[in-house]
Design a protein around this ligand. Sequence first.
Ligand code: OAD
Length: 229
Amino acid sequence: MRSIVILTGAGISAESGLGTFRDKDGLWTKYDLEEVATPQGFAANPRLVHDFYNARRANAAGASPNAAHEALARLEAEFPGEVLIVTQNVDSLHERAGSRAILHMHGALDRARCARCDHRWEAPLVMRPEDPCPACSQPATRPDIVWFGEFPFYMEEIDTALSQADLFVAIGTSGQVYPAAAFVQEARMAGAATLELNLEPSETARAFDEARHGPASRVVPEWVDSLLG
Ligand code: OAD
């Protein structure tokens, strides 16, 4: 086996204290997705959207990587082939655990972007609608986050990696958001073995060759240990 592609979702950060979206008490039970995670919501009320992401940025800054993030960093360091993490998460817990090859397909909380000129920079802890873009001075700054109705980032790189993967692993994701939910099919069609590691069977569980269910802080280190021998 030479190439492993790992898709992660909110479930891998749950035990670091960051809420998931669709579980009981998840973020989408407390907030209206249309209001805080769409371009239309941002146009209607940018302050509400900034406040939502400011709160999430503060939570993420106070969180630490857990044993699952750490196991994936160890896998990248010790596996003789390629390990790529494709994450739907906007926190930086994979980086802070020591992983290097990471694609943030839904963007990142610690990045800001100008909706006018597309300039990107490091996000301050608190963003406000009136903040000027450092490049063009327009008050058009937004979180560098992919909202519903927008195209995820790095799709070409992800498709290439999936087409060359020998093993595809999905960790802590409900399999309800596309295109990420279709990666398992894409990897299978390209000949990869597929494995789900999740608290419970996801929406797409049946599409995987194998599944191991339990908290990420247990099942991910166990899987990494078994792979590295
Ligand atoms: P979800 O909240 O939809 O799913 C989280 C998954 O993690 C569920 O299947 C849980 O069973 C599982 N889970 C919970 N705790 C776990 C634990 N301790 N160990 C392992 N698994 C656990 O989150 P995502 O699938 O990441 O997008 O959601 C995908 C996208 O929808 C997000 O990136 C976000 C959201 O709307 C945008 O905001 C664009």
